[in-house]
Design a protein around this ligand. Structure first.
Ligand code: HEM
Length: 264
């Protein structure tokens, strides 16, 4: 068995990334992450049993193909990676992919799966959603709207939590004012946590079996725990039919960090 220092491995992988062609300017990542009308897919994978058995030098070579595929698709999709391994019992890695077209996400996932690294990935789940302009916020009180604009604490928020949500048919049958009043209550209960929890909402009705994918970043998991407990007390929660199943908890990592984690 050959063992190389990890720094050498990462440097080699950087070179391999360059080998996969000129590094393009890539998509406007900032725009994809903030605009409405953008598709967001969450693809969860577990490494197969073979992965741990192959020689580390082969693992390194296979991981280089992950970096190559990510580079190849940078022009059309924004890719974020999360390490679930160690925190999740059924998966190792989560890809969050944003694009203007769902088929660009599909093209990335197909290339990933057919790469030498991807052949070791077993799909644990894929969820799709779409970002939209806020439905209820425009009707909220001026104070709540202003509070929602308050910035979150600076500094890294390494933990990521993804929770799929499905609401009942009864919720969808309510008139807009009733829904808005309950969503304002939801928001007021959640506002104290806005400093330490960053949120993003994806709409999935019709694209998946769920209605929403909720995505959060935080450095304070205890705050996130208290936030969910607070939301479970508001009236709107009575219309939630599915919360989680699965709840995904992981740590945000760069491609190089993921490679370093999975090479071991
Ligand atoms: C920082 C904490 C949070 C804040 C400030 C917050 C605020 C909001 C706001 C303002 C909306 C309405 C968006 C619109 O107008 O379309 C909303 C929707 C939603 N939130 Fe939260 N939220 C927080 C945490 C959570 C958590 C922890 C969950 C569940 C785990 C959650 C689940 C949802 C869902 C499913 C919707 C969509 C509901 C619907 O449109 O029927 N939120 N949230």
């Amino acid at each position: 068995m050959t063992f190389l220092p990890l720094r050498t491995v990462i440097y080699c992988l950087f070179l391999v990334g360059l080998w996969y062609g000129p590094v393009s300017a890539g998509v406007d990542r900032e725009k994809l992450l903030t605009d409405s009308g953008v598709y967001g897919s969450f693809a969860v994978f577990a490494l197969d049993d073979q992965w741990g058995k192959i020689d580390s030098s082969i693992r390194i070579a296979r991981l280089a193909t992950l970096k190559g595929v990510v580079e190849q698709h940078r022009e059309h999709v924004a890719i974020d990676l999360y390490l679930l391994r160690g925190l999740s019992d059924h998966a190792d890695v989560l890809f969050r992919i944003h694009a203007m077209e769902l088929r660009d996400i599909q093209a990335f996932l197909l290339d990933l799966k057919s790469s030498q690294f991807g052949r070791h990935l077993k799909t644990a789940g894929i969820m799709h959603g779409l970002t939209k302009k806020p439905t209820y916020v425009p009707g909220f009180s001026e104070q709540t709207k202003a509070d929602l604009m308050s910035p979150s604490e600076p500094g890294p928020k390494p933990y990521v939590i993804v929770i799929p949500v499905k609401k009942s048919a009864e919720w969808w049958g309510l008139d807009r004012e009733k829904q808005a009043a309950m969503m304002q209550e939801h928001t007021v209960a959640a506002l104290p946590y806005l400093k330490t929890v960053k949120r993003k909402l994806y709409h999935s009705t019709g694209l998946d079996d769920i209605d929403f994918i909720t995505y959060f970043e935080t450095s304070k998991l205890e705050d996130f725990h208290s936030l969910v407990l607070s939301l479970e007390k508001v009236k709107e929660f009575q219309y939630v039919r599915r919360l989680g199943h699965p709840t995904l908890l992981g740590v945000l990592q760069s491609v190089d960090e993921i490679i370093e984690s999975l090479v071991q």
